[in-house]
Design a protein around this ligand. Structure first.
Ligand code: URA
Length: 226
């Protein structure tokens, strides 16, 4: 069998990191880019933005990362999930939420008839903090413009913050998570809410009931209402 070239391999890896295993048919947003084999016929603004920021060295996390974890899913998703930061598995694969917490998120999505190909999943930080420590505020400050631009491009109907760090960064909420989830919020005119991080549900299964109520609300208000 003929071996694939490094350019093709890089392209396929990029496609998997951004869009998972689903082939999305993109609108041709920018026809000037046709002589670049990496973007040929496929110049979605999200792909362009990924290529622009993937080699980021704005903070020290770039020194220890294996992969820059941009985020993965459907570029036309109505619902975007925002986690905290990549862990070990995410760093190795370049894809968010692929470890234990991610498997639980997959199950919860399935319970409301969604899968990864329906939503987009990303994190506040794009690189793994060593030993999964909490993000430093200096790291969040450097990475936040990336998140904002991604949300600008994705322009979903609903943003779901997974955990306190996500709610605090995106919605500027300074309160315990239990309080954050009591109300709907708004991010630049987009509906936003906060629910428990799947890792918290693994640590404390008593929280699952409340999280399930949040996901039922997502289903009833944003999926069944269409
Ligand atoms: N936890 C997160 O917040 N994000 C991931 O991608 C994985 C675990």
């Amino acid at each position: 069998m003929k071996k694939s070239t490094p350019t093709v391999q890089r392209y396929l890896k990029q496609q998997r990191q951004l869009y998972g295993d689903t082939l999305f048919i993109m609108n041709d947003h920018n026809s000037d880019e046709h002589d670049n084999p990496e973007t040929q016929g496929e110049s979605h603004p999200l792909t362009d933005y990924f290529n622009k920021i993937r080699d980021c060295e704005e903070c020290q996390l770039s020194e220890s990362r294996t992969n820059f974890v941009f985020g993965t899913g459907n570029p036309d998703a109505d619902i975007v999930f925002v986690g905290e930061a990549p862990g070990k598995n995410e760093d190795l694969q370049g894809i968010p939420f692929v470890g234990r917490a991610g498997k639980l998120l997959d199950k919860i999505l399935e319970a409301i008839q969604l899968s990864r190909k329906d939503v987009f999943i990303l994190n506040v930080l794009k690189c793994r903090p060593p030993n999964n420590r909490d993000p430093l505020s200096s790291e969040v400050d450097k990475c936040e413009p990336y998140l904002k631009k991604q949300l600008d491009i994705l322009n979903p109907k609903l943003i779901v913050c997974l955990g306190r760090i996500s709610g605090k960064t995106l919605l500027r909420l300074d309160m315990p998570l239990g309080k954050m989830r009591e109300n709907m919020h708004s991010y630049n005119g987009i509906d936003a809410m906060v629910t428990y991080h799947p890792a918290a549900l693994l640590r404390n299964p008593n929280l699952k009931k409340a999280a399930w109520e949040d996901f039922q609300m997502i289903r009833d208000k944003y999926l069944l209402a269409d």
